[in-house]
Design a binder for this molecule. Sequence first.
Ligand code: AMP
Length: 282
Amino acid sequence: MEVIERSDVMQQKAEELRLAGKVLGFVPTMGFFHEGHLELMRVARKHCDVVMISIFVNPMQFGPKEDLAAYPRDLEGDLEKARQVGVDIAFVPTVDQMYAEGFESRVSVEKVTKHLCGLSRPTHFDGVTTVVAKLFNITKPHLAVFGQKDYQQLTVISRMVRDLNMDLHILGVPTYREPDGLAMSSRNSYLNKEERKSALCIKKSMDLAREMAGKGEARSAVIRKALEDLIRSHPYTQIDYIHLCDPVTLEDVETLKGETLLALAVRVGKTRLIDNCVLGKG
Ligand code: AMP
């Protein structure tokens, strides 16, 4: 596996591979790999000749009071895991490589960024779209793979790619979970033993919502109240949001019709966890 730190070197390498007729797959990450990340790489491996990843904790997508400095990092461990799943190129830029002196541009998606996480993290998605657009320009992929765990991020990036005629395909991969159902996340490493137990309320509340919807309950407010009660009965939890919304526009729905996205953000101790599922699928 080749490890590249410089943007210009990565860009030139990608261009050479394209000219050689290779199909390039790309998985952008912030590192501290778990099986969810590795699954995205395996999917890219299946579809592409060359698999590229990036590891970059992007300062632009963290708010001033968020966990940028504390964000878990393990570059050597990550590179070893990536090697084992057959990644060809790891792009690991420094902050200076990505945001050189005088940087002042921004890519912004207007509407789908305003809901869900956008309500409490108003600058987050501009940071995501800006860095992902830059990474696409540097790595020139034919296919980029993202996790459905970050459903809104996947929606925002798909919107950006369509709106700006970016010449690549976006593929979403289902959420990879721990055996007890907790969605894998680098931030799970912040949880102590008691908080880890409480964090299961997120999966339990999605199961409850599925059960209620399956029995014919279509009122969002009734489902949301039941989920709030369930989550609040677990210690250390604080609900950031529970939304039942349109899976395309992310606008809230009062009544479930067809497919409805259930998206949650819950703080467990100081750790903010997100998860989602689509109700009424199939
Ligand atoms: P991150 O390093 O957290 O920015 O995530 C990098 C990529 O991995 C994003 O596309 C995430 O959606 C994806 N990802 C994170 N957790 C999971 C998971 N549990 N299952 C599948 N994909 C995930």
